[in-house]
Design a protein around this ligand. Structure first.
Ligand code: BT5
Length: 251
C-alpha cells in the first residue's frame, strides 16, 4: 500500500479521483492518493465529509479483492486504522459498526469503501481522519486526535502506520480469511452488547441488542421475542445509559 503514491495539496475527493483514474487506465494494487484538503469530500450516502486544509488526513487506497466486495473489507479497514491511531497517539480507538472510529466516544475518523468492477472487482478504500486542531462546534459528536491525545500528532507518521497496517491486514485476509479480522474487530467494538436502534433513510426500523457480527461482516441484533436479525446496511445508533442514542452523524 502506498508504493504508488500521488499527493495533492488540494483535491475534490481522493476517492473520486482514484475512481476516475480506474475508469481510464490500469492502476496498480495498493495505489494511494493523499491530499491535504478536499473540497468535495464525501461520506456514505453522498453525505459531506468536512476536509479542511492541513488539519486532517484524506487518503484513498486501491485494492483488487478478487471477488465482489463483502462488508468484511470495511471492518478490516477499521481494524487497520485503529491500529495506526493507537501506534501514533497511544489512544485506545473503538469501532462503531460498520466503520466509524471513535476516541473518547467521539468520531475521529470515517471510512468509505466504494466497490466496482472493470476487468476485475476493485475497491477504493477512503479514509478521512481528523488529526490536528479542534473540531468546530457544529460537529458535536466529532473530535480530532490532537484534542483527544492532548498533544501533537504527526500526520506523516500516522499515514505511514496506516499504509503499513492496511497492508498487514489485507494480506492476513488473503491468507487467513476473516477470522483474525472478526476477532480484532470484536475486541475493539463499541457496538457489541449495546442496546441499538437500526434506521434506514431516517426511519427507525427496530431496536434491540447488538450480539455479534457474522463472518461476512453483517451485524447480528437480538430483538425481543425474535431470532437474531442481520443488518447489512443502514444506520445503527448506540443507546446510552441516559436513554439517548449516539447520533448516527453529526454536524
Ligand atoms: C464516513 O461517512 O464516515 C466516511 C468518510 C470518508 C471520508 C474519506 S476522506 C478520503 C476519501 N475521499 C472522500 O471523498 N471520502 C473519503 P458517514 O458515516 O456517512 O459520515 C458522514 C457524516 O459525518 C456527515 O453527515 C457529517 O455529519 C459527519 N462528518 C462530516 N465530516 C466529518 C468529520 N471531518 N469528522 C467527523 N464527522 C464528520
Amino acid at each position: 500500500m502506498g508504493r504508488n503514491l500521488e499527493y495533492f495539496p488540494s483535491i475534490a475527493s481522493t476517492n473520486q479521483y482514484l475512481k476516475a483514474r480506474l475508469a481510464q487506465e490500469n492502476v496498480p494494487l495498493g495505489a494511494t492518493v493523499v491530499a491535504d484538503e478536499q473540497t468535495e469530500g464525501r461520506g456514505r450516502l453522498g453525505r459531506p465529509w468536512w476536509s479542511p486544509p492541513i488539519d486532517g488526513l484524506y487518503t484513498s487506497f486501491l485494492v483488487y479483492p478478487g471477488r465482489q466486495l463483502s462488508g468484511i473489507l470495511s471492518l478490516l479497514v477499521g481494524v487497520a486504522l485503529s491500529d495506526a491511531i493507537r501506534r501514533e497517539t497511544g489512544l485506545d480507538p473503538r469501532l462503531k459498526w460498520p466503520n466509524d472510529v471513535l476516541v473518547s466516544q467521539k468520531k475521529c475518523a470515517g471510512i468509505l469503501v466504494e466497490a466496482g468492477h472493470t476487468s476485475q472487482p476493485w475497491a477504493v478504500i477512503g479514509i478521512g481522519v481528523n488529526v490536528l486542531g479542534t473540531m468546530p462546534d457544529a460537529f458535536g459528536n466529532a473530535i480530532t486526535l490532537a484534542t483527544a491525545a492532548q498533544g501533537a500528532v504527526d500526520r506523516v507518521q500516522l499515514y505511514a502506520h496506516m499504509a503499513e497496517r492496511l497492508e498487514f491486514w489485507y494480506e492476513s485476509w488473503l491468507t487467513e480469511g476473516s477470522p483474525p479480522i472478526l476477532a480484532a474487530w470484536r475486541e475493539r467494538s463499541l457496538t457489541l452488547n449495546q442496546a441499538v436502534q437500526v434506521q434506514e433513510s431516517g426511519h427507525v426500523l427496530f431496536t434491540g441488542r447488538a450480539r455479534d457480527i457474522a463472518s461476512d461482516g453483517a451485524l447480528l441484533v437480538e430483538v425481543e421475542g425474535q431470532r437474531l436479525r442481520r443488518v447489512e446496511a443502514g444506520e445503527v445508533s448506540i443507546r446510552f445509559d441516559n436513554g439517548s442514542y449516539t447520533p448516527e452523524s453529526s454536524g
